[in-house]
Design a protein around this ligand. Structure first.
Ligand SMILES: C[S@@+](CC[C@H](N)C(=O)[O-])C[C@H]1O[C@@H](n2cnc3c(N)ncnc32)[C@H](O)[C@@H]1O
Length: 351
């Protein structure tokens, strides 16, 4: 092939190296997903160690393939390898080998292949503007979202996040009605229902698969789940607290959703929204977390929003986009809460 114009060979070489690195990380992520599905990561996370033969035998899986997986993970620095065999440090286990850890990123190992496996559908849905429906991503996406968010919901929501709004906690302690919109598999509803037994916590979601998982994993008497859309809030029983964790950017028209949420609030009620954190580094470029959020937005958040009609905003709409939608929906106040979290930002919305 003859380039149409001369190229800066050094720049091309540097970009080739950079792209190789991108592909290396993508390929290793693929192997991580396989290791996760084989149960290898959780076993290593729980302390399994040894030669490839010993590990394959403990898992009851093929030794040759397991050897290749272990070699890849060791070469990529995910696990350790020495003369006694392969092992995972407790720190790496907290990130990849323990679903209950607040550091766990294991949910991404379900979400990424669920999305990347739809490359053809995404290209076609993107080209035609039809998007790709949420259900097309299958149960692995629902499971991945749950695995990604459940540890934080279980450990941090009622101990760290809600306490940044002491007045809201007082009301939840006394006993009010709260609604978690786009509740997914119900982890937030479960955590709030357990922490505030005097309150009634309702989770709503349009995804049947999600509501089925939510009902199966939570049987607290003050927790309820319904297959319902955010649009039902405007005509339903008013709620003192409406929460939306990783949901607003998934809605084709977040302003309309926020209007419905405002209409569904009781007097003095509050919305708590968690949205992807989008920040820039010193050079003004999106930082690594923001690029990751933007990529998953391209692969999932935006296409599934478009598939329900509308243009969608994508996960990288950031604080500015959210603030604009909040104001357009008629709310008077939107305050970012002082919650440190590498992936998400939290907003108290009221008035
Ligand atoms: C990224 S998931 C977040 C799930 C959950 N909040 C969590 O943190 O794990 C977004 C959820 O919003 C739901 N959703 C999208 N549009 C909705 C709508 N109009 N009404 C209710 N739920 C909706 C989806 O079905 C999906 O379960």
């Amino acid at each position: 092939m003859t380039p149409s114009q001369p190229i800066d060979r050094a720049a091309a070489r540097a970009f080739l190296d950079e792209t190789t690195n991108t592909l290396r990380h993508a390929a290793v992520a693929g192997v991580l997903s396989v290791a996760d599905r084989m149960g290898l990561l959780s076993e290593l996370g729980q302390g399994l160690s040894g030669t490839a033969s010993e590990i394959a035998s403990a898992l009851g899986v093929d030794e040759r393939f397991t050897t290749e997986v272990l070699r890849t993970l060791a070469a990529a620095g995910v696990i350790d390898h020495d003369t006694s065999g392969y092992s995972m440090t407790p720190e790496h286990a907290a990130v990849l080998g323990d679903d209950t850890s607040p550091y766990s990123l294991a949910g991404w190992l379900d979400m990424l292949p669920a999305a990347v496996g739809l490359t053809g559908e995404l290209a076609e849905g993107g080209a035609t503007g039809a998007g790709v429906p949420f259900d097309a991503y299958g149960p692995a996406m629902v499971r991945g979202i749950d695995r990604a968010n459940r540890p934080s919901m279980t450990i941090l929501l009622t101990r760290r996040w809600l306490p940044t709004m002491p007045d809201v906690v007082d009301r939840l302690d006394a006993g009010v009605r709260a609604v978690d919109v786009g509740c997914g598999s119900g982890a937030a509803v479960h955590a709030m229902a357990a922490a505030y037994p005097n309150s009634t916590i309702v989770g709503i979601d349009i995804s049947e698969t999600s509501i089925e998982r939510a009902r199966a994993s939570c049987d607290l008497p003050n927790a309820h789940f319904e297959i319902a859309s955010i649009s039902s809030l405007a005509t339903g029983e008013p709620a003192d607290l409406i929460t939306a964790f990783d949901v607003l950017h998934d809605i084709p028209d977040p302003t309309a959703a926020l209007k419905d949420m405002r209409a569904g609030l009781a007097d003095g009620g509050v919305v708590l929204a968690m949205e992807p954190r989008i920040e820039r580094d010193d050079s003004g470029a999106l930082d690594d977390v923001a690029v990751l959020n933007l990529a998953i937005s391209t692969l999932h958040c935006l296409p599934q929003a478009i598939a329900t009609g509308g243009t969608g905003v994508g996960a990288a709409w950031g604080a500015d986009g959210l603030t604009r939608a909040v104001r357009d929906a008629g709310f008077a106040e939107c305050e970012e809460l002082p919650i440190e979290n590498p992936f998400s930002a939290f907003y108290r919305i009221s008035g």
